[in-house]
Design a protein around this ligand. Structure first.
Ligand code: AHG
Ligand code: MN
Ligand code: MN
Length: 334
């Protein structure tokens, strides 16, 4: 019989065998995975469970919340608040920091998440996901505040996402490469289905929302013009384009077969440094991509070195196959 490794076994090996994670972090990751299993169930029931459509509220970023944005957020909060593994949580769907209630013990970790990524795809039955990032609470702090979350991505202890697609997958890094786990819907267990994921350095596939082309800045314009010029252009080969509009799915494709994903800053709203959020979208994805041998920048700087200044800060994102990320980054630098 094929030897199957469960998520639990993988995490125990990371803790006991390799010493990469603490017991508390192992519990945290198990709990996040369990919450994702619940979210996956709600997603798969769809209209049968009345989870599609608008919630009728707005989040702090002024975006209309879908029912599943709210359900996923609450699922993650409820699952994580009582185990004693966290000091606080922060989410796309909550303005401020969520401190662990006094009735529960507090742990030494901080958890950030985008509970439901790809909200515009919920109602059309296209893959969506959950993204999460784990930081350590600074030593000697008793009351966590937003300031304690503002650590560069290089300080993440773990990061990952679940993708609710034809299969439900959990993709995880604890700084020891990237592993993929598939949810077995019959047994309810996460089974490791890939490990030591590597992104090819070269690619001929790119992802960008080209409807924003007229708003792009010159380096992005130049790069996309070269990609579109194909074999007749300076890059001398043809490129193909894909855009799911769920970051989780676009990044998942890149982790699986390579590619470059871009959500640049543009001139639509000069006050916004891009669309995606640094702390719970860009940083966890950048950690995964680097662990798989790829690269991630904000156009000028390594993503994981960016010093956050606000919880919900936005950032330009270029990530994926190294050669192409380095190329578009060099166009910004020159
Ligand atoms: P969210 O649903 O969490 O707000 O994130 C949506 C993000 C991301 O998943 C995706 O890459 C991007 O928005 C799509 O943006 P456009 O609709 O501008 O293409
Ligand atoms: Mn998102
Ligand atoms: Mn979201």
């Amino acid at each position: 019989m094929r030897h199957l490794v469960s998520l639990t076994q993988y995490l125990v090996e990371q803790q006991r065998g390799k010493g990469k994670i603490s017991g508390e972090l192992r519990l945290l990751l198990e709990v996040v995975a369990r919450a994702c299993k619940r979210i996956s169930l709600a997603v798969s029931k769809g209209a049968l469970a009345d989870v599609l459509g608008e919630a009728g509220t707005n989040n702090v970023q002024g975006e209309a919340q879908k029912k599943l944005d709210v359900i996923a957020n609450e699922t993650l909060l409820e699952a994580n608040e009582w185990g004693g593994h966290l000091a606080a949580m922060a989410s796309e769907e909550m303005e401020g920091v969520y401190s662990i209630p006094n009735r529960y013990p507090r742990g030494e970790h901080l958890l950030l998440f985008d509970p439901l990524d790809g909200s515009s795809n919920i109602d059309v039955n296209v893959s969506i996901g959950t993204i999460f990032s784990v930081l350590k609470m600074p030593e000697g702090v008793s009351e966590p505040t937003e300031a304690h979350f503002l650590q560069p991505g290089s300080r993440q202890l773990a990061a990952g996402y679940a993708v609710y697609g034809p299969s439900t997958l959990l993709v995880l890094t604890v700084g020891d490469g990237v592993a993929k786990f598939t949810l077995d819907r019959e047994t309810g267990s996460w089974t490791k289905t890939a490990d030591h994921v590597r992104i090819p350095h070269k690619t001929s596939e790119y992802a960008i929302n080209a409807s924003n082309a007229r708003h792009w800045e010159p380096p992005v314009r130049r790069y996309i013009d070269e990609l579109v010029a194909g074999a007749q252009g300076p890059l001398g080969k043809n490129y193909n384009m894909r855009w799911v509009a769920s970051m989780v799915s676009d990044v998942h494709r890149i982790l699986t077969r390579g590619g470059i994903f871009m959500y640049p800053r543009d001139n639509r709203d000069p006050g916004k440094a891009g669309r995606l959020r640094l702390m719970y979208e860009a940083n966890p994805m950048a950690f995964l991509i680097e662990q798989a041998g790829g690269a991630a920048t904000n156009g000028v700087q390594r993503m994981l070195d960016v010093q956050p200044t606000k919880l919900h800060e936005r950032v330009a994102v270029f990530l994926g196959s190294k050669e192409e990320v380095e190329r578009v980054t060099s166009y910004h630098q020159s």
